[in-house]
Design a protein around this ligand. Structure first.
Ligand code: G4F
Length: 322
């Protein structure tokens, strides 16, 4: 019999790549989408999968809608990816963020425990949970203390602990993937990688004349979403439910990112980038570099994309689209 996977947030960057990956492995794929007033925003990343997947309207804060999805999909594997995913916006809507990203996960865990406790559960945990704690060798790992610096990070940390608690208290196969930043041509253009790439291409084509950014000195460990959804599948299917970090182990500043992308397009970023305080955060996470050695050794996972091939993929995409 085919395995059945439920993906909350299937219309997002990771949800859409994960759906494609699971279809290639012959799963029946079910997913939740949230109603948006602009219909195209709901399904632009999954339109090509229309005939192959089953989608339901649901919301992490609407437990009856989630219950209907659990009952109709009868999942073997649950990938909980739905979230308010923008860190800076979480400062503007802290209550909504905490409710969706923490209480929403509690709603999911309660349904999991009561409706299908034999299924496996994956929680999209985040490197934002570490805040500004870094080990002495300049990396974050599973033992690094977590001190989040945003409403988003605080909510994700509560959800992370709930998943561990439900696993131990109710003997559930519930796992956490702590994913560092991961990007792709499908990334929302209000995240820094896609904002830089899209605007640089627009400047190259004479459609814009400047790029406004916030903090250019923060560092991130950026990987490709396609590599990271593969890791999610490996994590949930590992024999024992556990926590894993997924990261490249390389870090770059936002300034490095601009230099690479503009350089690729034969431009100097310093001629076009201006800082706008609007994009600064009340508290900034300054530095991320993940140690994914456990995922590499125990799961045999390794990324196929480098920082450069990831950026090239995004540049090629926007050069074709614009
Ligand atoms: O692209 P970002 O918005 O990603 P951020 O905040 O690191 O969060 C992403 O990664 C997390 C994993 O650690 C996920 F959990 C989360 O859901 C999301 O996917 O910003 C990256 C860096 C920040 O330091 C930010 O201050 O870029 C800096 N930045 C500078 N100018 C900017 C801008 N970020 C955005 N979004 N827009 C700017 O104009």
């Amino acid at each position: 019999m085919k395995k059945r996977a439920l993906i909350t947030g299937i219309s997002g960057q990771d949800g859409s790549y994960l759906a494609e990956y699971l279809l290639s492995k012959d799963y029946d794929v079910y997913g939740t989408i949230r109603r948006s007033s602009v219909a195209e925003n709901q399904d632009s990343r999954i339109k090509h999968l229309d005939e192959k997947i089953n989608t339901f309207y649901a919301d992490m804060l609407d437990a009856p809608s989630l219950a209907r999805v659990f009952n109709e999909s009868k999942p073997d594997e649950i990938y909980n990816l739905a979230a308010m995913s923008h860190v800076r916006v979480s400062f503007d809507v802290p209550s909504f963020t905490i409710k969706t990203n923490a209480m929403g996960v509690l709603n999911m865990l309660e349904l999991y425990r009561t409706v299908c406790p034999d299924a496996k559960f994956y929680q999209a945990s985040s490197s934002e949970m570490f805040g500004n704690t870094v080990d002495s060798d300049g990396a974050q790992r599973l033992t690094t203390p977590m001190n989040p610096v945003s409403p988003y990070g605080c909510a994700k940390l509560l959800a992370y602990n709930l998943v561990r608690h439900y696993r131990n208290a109710y003997r559930l196969h519930a796992c956490n993937g702590i994913l560092f930043n991961h990007e792709s041509p499908r990334r929302g253009s209000n995240f820094v990688t896609n904002k830089v790439v899209k605007t640089a291409v627009e400047i190259k084509k004479g459609l814009k004349d400047k790029l406004e950014l916030g903090n250019m000195d923060s560092s991130r460990d950026w990987g490709h979403s396609k590599d990271y959804v593969r890791a999610m599948h490996m994590i949930i299917n590992h024999e024992t439910p556990d926590e894993f970090i997924v990261a490249t182990g390389e870090t770059h500043t936002v300034r490095d990112l601009c230099a690479y992308v503009f350089g690729k397009l034969d431009m100097d970023y310093e001629d076009y980038v201006v800082q706008n305080p609007k994009y600064m955060r009340p508290e900034e996470l300054k530095y991320l570099k993940g140690d994914a050695s456990k995922a590499r050794e125990v799961l045999g996972w390794k990324p196929e994309y480098t920082f450069e091939s990831l950026m090239d993929d995004m540049i090629d995409h926007w050069m074709k689209i614009l």
